[in-house]
Design a protein around this ligand. Structure first.
Ligand code: ZN
Length: 218
């Protein structure tokens, strides 16, 4: 058999076996995503390890994402939120809160930390959940925008593709119902805070828009 003929036979097989990249299966991150890393220092690493040990019983700074928790900032502008998350220590001397992503009102997605970083954004779930904050919800107003909704859909689809281990998506206000996932861990008794974010309307719309994505909502 000639080399040319062998290639002719093998080429379709190689094509079939190689991973497909198509319009239905994009591997790129969302086009409106911008890297905007908050500081990661030895002190923040140490405080994260302490938080993880205290609340989960194991000392880690990384996660294998199994859930996405959606939030609102209750703060009107992205810059103020980034500045706040950028502080390493909170007023109690513990690691400052932070989310992995911050979605601005025009749908711009800021990636603030690596997706596998253990960030403090949802009590009981930080060890396994990626956090998406949305700028809005000041005074509890359900005012997140359509651009934010579309950006959340695109971002969660991208994350689900990158991390097939992700099974659940829920709003911060659904933290109690989400215990049905079996993912909730909290070692400190009574450590809990009731949350309204990101509003029922937003989560309902997200659930409908993602009803065919193979993710579990509450
Ligand atoms: Zn929240």
């Amino acid at each position: 058999m000639s080399f040319a003929r062998l290639i002719k036979i093998l080429l379709p097989i190689i094509f079939l076996l190689s991973p497909t990249v198509s319009a239905e299966n994009p591997l790129e991150s969302p086009s409106n995503m911008v890297d905007r890393p908050i500081s990661w220092t030895e002190q923040r690493e140490q405080l994260t390890l302490e938080y993880s040990m205290k609340h989960y019983g194991f000392a880690r700074t990384t996660i294998e994402p199994q859930a996405v928790v959606v939030h609102w900032t209750a703060w009107g502008n992205a810059e103020g939120v980034i500045k706040f998350f950028d502080q390493e220590v909170n007023e109690d001397g513990e690691v400052q809160v932070a989310s992995h992503f911050l979605v601005d009102r025009d749908g711009t997605i800021y990636r603030l930390t690596p997706e596998t970083r253990l960030n403090r954004h949802a009590i009981g779930y930080n060890w396994c959940a990626i956090g998406i904050e949305n700028v809005g919800g000041v005074d509890g107003r359900e005012d997140l925008t359509v651009a934010q909704l579309n950006a959340n859909v695109e971002l969660i689809r991208y994350l689900h593709q990158q991390y097939p281990s992700i099974e659940y998506v829920f709003g911060h206000y659904q933290q109690k119902e989400a215990r049905a996932s079996g993912l909730f861990i909290e070692q400190v008794e009574g450590y809990y805070a009731e949350k309204p974010d990101p509003g029922e309307k937003f989560m309902h719309a997200l659930k409908i828009m993602m009803s065919r994505d193979g993710l579990k909502f509450f």
